[in-house]
Design a protein. Structure first.
Length: 478
């Protein structure tokens, strides 16, 4: 290595635990396999107790450096999350460049790369201004989503009107045909501030030196095959996934960093194997009040055991991602459940407010299904633990994920647009014990669980891809 200095990487974690966790897991793998230390740069807007505890639990080779707060009070109260995240990054660019310059000028280490996800692409200029050698785009979603972003500028120029109104699906290399209504939710209306943000970010993707993607070939083989060959003008693509938080870990290895075992796990201990469907809509999702009611009645009608992480409902259609910056329930969620529901389902169901240790629940032998919003981190966690899914997408790229999982690889059953208790009950029963589509989904998920584990072995695809990343960064001198 140049001058014998150990390698160091800087990573910009844009808001959201779903962005931070896979980056931190990548940092941990770099440290464990290649002795590369990492500094995680974090934004002030997400300096929650949950994030602070997570960062404090990381191993010594992964340090964090909070960026100073910036004033966002002039943004409209209803500004979409995408616009808010992009603006916070833009206003933080001087601080980001200063931190990167400090790291790059450290005589004891060699800063070999700057890594950021899609909402940090405006920081590319700051990294170059600080003299960073390699600039990498970490894509925390699927290869399908990456492909859509790579083609977005072309699609925006060639598709008249709104994507959601297209009569035919969008066909991209290696991807399942994507109905226009199932592209990323920020792209549903061209007049939305989020649309302009996403298009501008996509236009900068090709400025990166490499793409690092949190996915693996078996879950989207055609997309992987399409992106694998080197293509002039497009950075090389490394599929490093699945990068997920390990069950029973808060992020690091220190024993005193682990919280007490959650009561819902004690409840799961008493249930038969593969008998419980876990219901959770991620750290940022919220249902409408009527949807909560139908879901409750559907779970009751299904006759299956369930564990439901419940939050108070979204106030309107536009706020289904209203918990993105704050996962806590805004009101008492139990007040929105059907009268007598908790009493009637006692013994077969457990409702917990706001939070449950998701990776531990999915890893538990009693868990046999997952009703999920189809966020990519939740999807990967479900596949790693071999849990078949019922998908109910809410926002961001979740509708695209649902298409790929249900219509493509066959690892999930998607609920129809009309969320009625009878339909919910039927789909829950099918994914848990059905002998038709449910059996096929359960078999496919078992196959993907095995493929994910094989990719993480010493000679597996994900491990080899990580080795390729390091070769790209520091070449023969590592």
């Amino acid at each position: 290595m140049e001058s014998g200095r150990p390698a160091h990487a800087a990573m910009l974690a844009t808001p959201g635990m779903g962005h931070l966790i896979p980056l931190a897991e990548l940092a941990k793998r770099l440290a464990a396999r290649h002795s590369v230390a990492t500094t995680l740069l974090t934004f002030a807007s997400t300096a929650s107790a949950t994030q602070r505890a997570f960062l404090a639990s990381l191993p010594p080779a992964v340090s964090s450096r909070p960026l100073p707060p910036v004033d966002l009070s002039d943004l409209p109260s209803d500004a979409p999350n995408e616009a808010r995240m992009s603006e916070e990054c833009t206003r933080s660019l001087p601080a980001i460049q200063g931190v990167l310059a400090d790291l790059n000028n450290n005589r004891d280490t060699r800063l070999v790369a700057f890594v950021t996800d899609l909402f940090g692409t405006d920081a590319f200029d700051a990294a170059r201004g600080a003299g960073v050698e390699r600039i990498c785009l970490f894509f925390p979603g699927s290869l399908h989503s990456l492909t859509l972003f790579l083609h977005l500028p072309e699609l925006a120029a060639s598709v008249p009107g709104e994507f959601r109104d297209l009569p035919e699906p969008i066909r991209l290399p290696g991807c399942v045909p994507i109905p226009g209504r199932d592209v990323l939710s920020p792209l549903q209306e061209r007049s939305s501030p989020a649309y302009g943000v996403m298009l501008r970010l996509a236009e900068r993707f090709l400025e990166a030196d490499t793409f690092l993607v949190n996915s693996f070939d078996a879950v989207e083989p055609e997309a992987a095959a399409a992106l694998r060959p080197l293509k002039p003008g497009r950075p090389p693509v490394y599929a490093l996934g699945p990068l997920i938080l390990n069950a029973g870990s808060s992020g690091g290895d220190a024993i005193d960093s682990k919280p007490p075992r959650a009561a819902c796990l004690e409840w799961l201990d008493k249930q038969p194997a593969r008998s419980v469907i876990f219901v959770s809509f991620g750290s940022g999702g919220a249902l409408l009040a009527e949807e909560m009611r139908e879901l409750a009645l559907g779970l009751e009608l299904s006759g299956r055991r369930f564990l439901w992480v419940v939050r108070s409902p979204a106030e309107d259609e536009g706020s289904v991602s209203g918990n993105y910056y704050d996962a806590e329930s805004k009101k008492d969620p139990f007040a929105y459940l059907p009268e007598g529901f908790v009493d009637r389902t006692e013994g077969v169901g457990l409702v917990v407010p706001s939070w449950a240790p998701q990776t531990e629940v999915l890893a538990h032998e009693a868990t046999g299904g997952f009703l999920t919003h189809c966020g990519w981190n939740s999807t990967l966690e479900s596949l790693v633990h071999g849990v078949p899914m019922v998908v109910w997408p809410l926002y961001a790229e979740q509708r695209l994920n649902a298409v790929m999982l249900a219509e493509g690889v066959g690892a999930a059953i998607r609920l129809p647009e009309a969320k009625e208790k009878e339909t919910i009950a039927a789909v829950v029963r099918e994914v848990m014990v059905g002998e038709g589509k449910g059996a096929a989904v359960r078999a496919k998920v078992a196959e993907l669980k095995k493929a994910a584990a094989e990719g993480l072995r010493e000679d597996g695809a994900a491990t080899s891809a990580l080795d390729g990343v390091l070769e790209n960064w520091i070449g023969e001198n590592q």
